[in-house]
Design a protein around this ligand. Structure first.
Ligand code: SF4
Length: 312
């Protein structure tokens, strides 16, 4: 069947096998104009032209669930920003009734998270991914090029308020661009703010596909250095290719590393030498480390992480 509002399924390293819903199928509708956007440049807007009817989306998802029974997540996204879809609350309720064992996921730029109504709607979604590329206003304006009324301090306040009411998996995505938000200083500010927001997971990467504007990705080494700034938060690096050098870690070093910040299984497979991976497996069998699934990504963590996550 040819779908008007669906695409995929697509295998994603971050969330599993995903069936995408495009809530703005006719044209790009976004209140940001990010330097790194993979969509064609378009005028910023806070409305979606010709939004598809809830009944159409639901009928298509029902059909697709029969056609693709193995999907892990149903992903609300858009040719732009999905929270601009005017019937989002009604759609989320309807999808929750038919999704069965599948998870509902939304990929949002976070521009609307300070609205109570959006917080209420997103709180009914299993996994919420919000973008946060910078926390200083100048950097935010430079990279995300939001509509004038959108302020980063409102977004951060909205994320904190949302975390207080949201019991699902909150994932924050940071996209790093060379010469824009690739400084240790900006990452330290992000680290402080993210420790206040307390997301379940951070995904950090750089440009992967041709962007809308002439901007450059940072190297894998820079990404690793910037990631080292973050403390206490499960951070998942998004890699484009295999690194050339793998690192050796003793058992003690591994314990110290995961205490400071849980390490994703993908990062370990990318970065750890064979002997370091052997040490890690020994620690697992000794129960000095555990494996924990956070919104579809497996992390190695200290056994006390469960306790910490319960408290938060
Ligand atoms: S928020 Fe997403 S769709 Fe909108 S401009 Fe940025 S990258 Fe593109």
């Amino acid at each position: 069947m040819k779908y008007k509002t669906l695409f995929g399924p697509i295998q994603s390293r971050r969330f599993g096998l995903s069936l995408g819903i495009d809530l703005s199928p006719d044209e790009k509708s976004c209140n940001f104009d990010c330097l790194y956007c993979e969509l064609a440049v378009a005028k910023v807007t806070d409305t979606i032209k010709n939004p598809p009817a809830v009944s159409l989306v639901v009928d298509e998802v029902k059909h697709a669930l029969k056609e693709f029974p193995d999907i892990d997540v149903i992903t609300l996204t858009a040719n732009g920003e999905p929270t601009l879809y005017p019937y989002l609350d009604e759609l989320v309720d309807a999808l929750n009734l038919i999704k069965k064992d599948k998870k509902l996921l939304i990929l949002s730029n976070a521009s609307t998270i300070y609205h109570d109504s959006i917080q209420q709607t997103l709180s009914k979604i299993d996994i919420v991914k919000l973008s946060l590329d910078c926390v200083s206003e100048a950097c935010f304006k430079k990279i995300d090029r939001a509509m004038d009324a959108i302020m980063i301090e409102d977004i951060i306040a909205g994320m904190k308020a949302f975390r207080r009411i949201y019991h699902g998996a909150l994932v924050i995505e940071i996209l790093v661009i060379k010469g824009v938000n690739d400084t240790l200083e900006e990452m330290q500010k992000l680290n402080r703010v993210l420790n206040e927001i307390e997301p379940d997971r951070i995904d950090m990467g750089s440009i992967d596909r041709p962007p809308a504007y002439a901007v450059q990705p940072v190297s894998q080494d820079v990404l690793k250095e910037l990631a080292s700034v973050f403390e206490n938060l499960p951070l998942h690096l998004i890699y484009k290719k295999e690194p050339e050098v793998r690192l050796n870690f003793s058992k003690d070093e591994i314990i110290e590393t995961v205490k400071r910040r849980p390490q994703s299984k993908a990062d370990v497979e990318h970065l750890f030498s064979k002997s370091a991976q052997k040490n890690l497996n020994t620690l697992l069998s000794e129960k000095k480390l555990i494996m924990i699934d956070i919104a579809g990504v497996v992390f190695y963590a200290s056994p006390d992480i469960k306790q910490k996550r319960k408290k938060s």
